[in-house]
Design a protein. Sequence first.
Length: 440
Amino acid sequence: MVRQSVPSKDSAYIDMYYKDSITLDFDADSVDDSAWVVENNTLRMRQPDKLDKCFYSLTLSFTGTELVHGKYKMPVSTKHYVNVRVRSWKTNKYSLQKCTHDWGTPRFVKEFNDNVLFFIDNVLYVRGLHERGKRRVCKMYISYDEGMEISRQDDYYALRNGTRILINKGLQGEWRVIFDKKDSTGIRNSMVWVRNEQKELELLFSEYTITWGRHHIYCYNVVKEELAIRQTFYSIDEHNAQRLEPFARHTHLMIQDPCTGYIYIGNGDYSDGSSSIYYSKDNCKTLIRIGSYSQEYRTLSFMFTEKSVFWNMDSPYEPQYICRLDRKDLPMVSVEKSPIVKYPLIHSAHWLIEPLKTDDGETMYVMSSNRESAFYDNRIRTFGIKIVNEEPEFYELLALPYDGSIFHQYYPMGVGDNQILLMDTTTHRRAFYRLVKRKE
């Protein structure tokens, strides 16, 4: 166990990893905060996973006796005041190291099992997964970097660019616009390929807007070339006036679970029920609510294992956690709250996640975070998340000064050759980074 020594004099604060302990340089046998415990002059958190804030001002006391005039024992009490700043991530294990790539620095990159697509100067290119050359696909002006997304099923590609969704077969010929709606975009994970009962290929996609109206999940049938609304999320006003369900402020993401094929949907933004998580077993024809009426169900990213479903918290108002739902507790009908386990990652709002591989072949989920909350400090961070025995472990990969905007972050713009492309959301400068293990 890593221990830190605290000086006998009062200090500004001591930085502490939440599962470590602090060795005291003075006598103490009690602490005034029930979240903490003192044993053998060692200070530690009683239940680290119950962490709900970053700063603690503690009063530590010691009660003993001393002889007076060599005859009488008198009670003596001493107090020390200690300020502790607690973090739930490790800082000395992994980092992201900037690197160069032979294809330059694209605006966006998407890797599939046999090829990789990327944009340079508003031109879309493709290259084989293990090839050095590239082929020009088409010229296309990128209108919204943060919402750029490319999805693929067999020979069909879907591309989300601002308010438009386009599809193409085999990366040949023109891209056909199948959707273009004012103010309607996605964030990143917003398109899922499925097949209907007739085995026809369909593209499902959600929408994100900053308006206060209805939001839909759409279905485009590739064979019939037909677009239809698959699901509607009513506005908050419609729900309040007419109790219409389901409802949302807007939809953050829609993603397919690789283990089951179920589709998961995350909505935002408030604790009035508009923050919610749903899943569907039948390509979004019916939705089952996992939870709502809490910031715990306001998410931008999911992670899946064979036994669990994990998600992060896009919450600027409350302490943030990575939440886990055991698959055996997945509700069969809509519920207000499911029995979840929460793991503290308290700093600021959690954003997008991209998977990388460590040198040991393990999956590390790289997650961006901004400065909306600044519960821990004013820096913007990129975290690494490893799932070990169905529990997350957290690592600080980048910690950088913010530019004054609370939304400033290093935004993931895709992964290629096991390198993640990050974009500074203020300057829009991009760079590739590779995951490295720090020297012990």
